[in-house]
Write a protein that binds this ligand. Sequence first.
Ligand code: KG4
Ligand code: ZN
Length: 338
Amino acid sequence: MKILAIESSCDETAAAVVEDGRKVLSDIVATQIDKHKLYGGVVPEIASRMHAESIYSVVQAAFEQSGCSPDGIDAVAVTYAPGLIGALLVGISFAKGLAMAAEKPLIPVHHIAGHIAANYLSHPELEPPYLCLVVSGGHSHIVEVLDHTHYHVVGRTHDDAAGECFDKAARTLGYEYPGGKFIDQAAKSGDPSAYRLPHPKVQGCKYDFSFSGLKTAVINLVHNAAQRNEKLCREDVAASFQKTVSDILVEKTMLAADDLGYSTIALAGGVSANSGVREAFSQVCRQKGYKLYMPQLKYCGDNAAMIGCQGYFDYLAGKRADESLNGIATLPLDKISV
Ligand code: KG4
Ligand code: ZN
């Protein structure tokens, strides 16, 4: 079964053709980062306009690369939540038009479910149940993946997402948006024990996160040094920050895994591309004899192949949308009702 998938929830316009949920026949991602970085973050209005400009050529390129035509696919999958409403609506409207014209079923896909599914593209042997840490620019969740379409969110952030925290720390250190990958690069030549940064305390659920205190600590560290005319080593701050985030992510995820009885762990989302995070999880899972799955780097960030993969499982579970499908800005993973 071949699915044409469309993703436009934030700042990448993406389309892919995926066969049977695993075989990526094409994978096109047009990023808008160069435009948004001028403003230090994603500007929703610009994102919507840029999606509208590029969606046709991105979908056309996905068809060409796969050797398929609209008649040769079996369904259209599209991200409908969560995300920027104007951005989502561009992908949804295009997907609706395509599905109607080609007389194919339309499958609504949750973006975070797509991030989790990126693991199936890289590891065909992975089967639920397992515990997944989803860490992206907008989300930090610990999720029980019960089966391919059912989830239970057991931990979440009370404030900033992990990626947001990376981007804000990076900005404070003078890197351009989105700075997660620059922190990752800088950390490679820094000393992770150079600075002691706080592990913010979280009230309530013991698997929940809080990153705003850590962000503030980096800002204070950099500003205080500037006021005292002291020179900070950017690489050392980056390495110390990255180590602190990795420690927090590992601590909470492993606590949940042990309490809830999971020995299969997966990572997902943009921050799962971070080499420090990947190494920290690899180490702890090796020590404990747990199985660890991480998406290939190209499937950590936003892409449509992951939506095509999840769309396949959603299709098998009977999920369908009609021409009334709308975008939803905020929709918890365990409250999917479509
Ligand atoms: O999953 P994603 O592409 O988009 C959302 O759904 O939010 O995640 C983007 C986030 C950004 O905050 C970006 O800085 C971060 O992932 N990121 C990284 C790395 N690569 C991307 N953070 C740390 N290290 C990286 N190597
Ligand atoms: Zn994402």
